[in-house]
Write a protein that binds this ligand. Sequence first.
Ligand code: FEO
Length: 135
Amino acid sequence: MALIQWNESLSVKVVEIDQQHQKLVSMINDLNDAMKQGKGKDVLDKIVNGLVGYTSTHFSTEEKYFARFKYPEADSHKKEHAAFVKKVLEFKDGFEKGKLTLSIEIMTFLSDWLKNHIKGSDMKYSQFFNEKGLK
Ligand code: FEO
């Protein structure tokens, strides 16, 4: 069963960003499935790297629009992004060095963070972006 499910309650009403969120949801689910199926470190490494890369692509997309439209809450939102990237890089580093195994706790952290961030901070820009014509 999928760890996290995308549904309309996660829509920020901007197509490009919704699609990126859907992809992140699907990558977290893939990682969770691979971990549960006991896939080897190489497979997990590859998925973790993909997730790290795509997370950064996604945050850059949002931050590009923050700058373009002078979003007033950009600073605090960007701080949340930076804190998450730091945390994920710590996981990745520990995992690559063999100090850390991917656990249910880590997967729950990733999926909860994404869900809460979309429903909280991302949702706050939804109407602002729509009013600037970004849909
Ligand atoms: Fe969709 Fe602020 O990350």
